[in-house]
Design a protein around this ligand. Structure first.
Ligand SMILES: [Zn+2]
Length: 307
């Protein structure tokens, strides 16, 4: 018998930046077919880890934890990468497909934790020696409870930072300074995390992107009629795979998927995984993984059907 299969990405403890860094090192050792690299740095200088699997011409990009108190999406995304890399390396099937064959046709890029500084605030709290301690306390209304924090370390909501009717979103949010959520920043792409994601997306020209958020068990697939014709059909397929409901959304701008659709005219999706109050409890993680891994597999297959 081979050694017991043991997952690097664990589901039984909170997943912060330390856990991501450790998992990245272990995955790099275990899976030579998986490239581990950085696409930039956070406000506080943490590398933004990226993972790449496959050599295919079809390009899919999945990201997680844009929002700090949605950190549970990071282990969701990274476990998917791990299982896919393992299956491809061992010549096994992955969710009913020949993994090695699939990843000769598709290249999967993943940035599981877009907002590591924010995630650390939620998972570990505001340390006594935090370089922005005074500012963060003020922006959080004097409270040291950061469980509701969505923003980055400068109090900017990274999913309100993209140049797709950003000024409309700014006026809609009407938050005039740094805070736990919904502050768009002074201008689009002022924050290094949003810059890194935009630059990476421009450089790599993905066929399809999925941004993982929580919660609601919903899939947002459109943006101001800029989405391609196949977007709704793909959203329905993602919905069948996961049990999540495709939703046509209006009255939202400046998000990553909004910008991706607007800029490239290709299918981009925001997935609101799980159900309940953020941050979702760890106990939901295994069930959410069943749903989202099926969804992500369907997203890979959808990329193959694009011309
Ligand atoms: Zn979110």
């Amino acid at each position: 018998m081979k050694a017991q299969r043991r997952d690097v990405v664990e589901f039984h403890r909170p997943f912060g930046y330390f856990e991501l860094r450790r998992a990245a090192a272990r995955l790099r050792r275990a899976y030579p077919n998986l490239a581990v690299f950085s696409i930039g740095s956070s406000v506080l200088g943490k590398p933004l880890y990226a993972f790449r699997l496959g050599t295919g011409t079809k390009r899919v990009f999945v990201n997680g934890a844009f929002h700090a108190n949605e950190w549970i999406t990071a282990p969701l995304v990274l476990r998917f990468v791990e299982e896919a890399a393992r299956a491809a390396q061992r010549g096994e099937s992955f969710r009913g497909r020949d993994a090695a064959e699939l990843f000769r046709r598709v290249t999967l890029d993943a940035v599981p934790m877009v907002n590591p500084d924010g995630v650390e605030l939620v998972v570990r709290g505001l340390g006594a020696d935090h370089p922005l301690r005074r500012e963060l306390l003020a922006w959080n209304g004097g409270s040291d409870d950061f469980s509701g924090w969505k923003a980055n370390a400068r109090g900017v909501d990274l999913n309100d930072q993209f140049p797709a009717h950003w000024d409309v979103e700014r006026d809609r949010r009407a938050v005039d300074g740094p805070g736990p959520r919904d502050y768009t920043g002074e201008a689009p792409l002022t924050e290094p995390e949003a810059q890194a994601i935009a630059r990476f997306t421009e450089a790599e020209r993905f066929d399809l992107v999925v941004a993982m958020h929580t919660q609601g068990r919903e899939i947002y697939w459109n943006y101001r009629d800029r989405e391609p014709l196949e977007a709704e059909r793909i959203a329905r397929a993602l919905g069948r795979a996961s049990g999540y409901a495709p939703v046509k959304l209006t009255g939202s701008d400046a998000g990553y998927k909004d910008w991706f659709i607007d800029r490239f005219g290709r299918p981009g999706f925001t997935v609101e995984a799980g159900f309940g109050a953020n941050p979702l409890p760890l106990a939901q993680l295994p069930g959410m993984y069943e749903e989202t891994s099926a969804l992500l597999m369907e997203a890979l297959l959808a990329s193959l059907r694009r011309n």
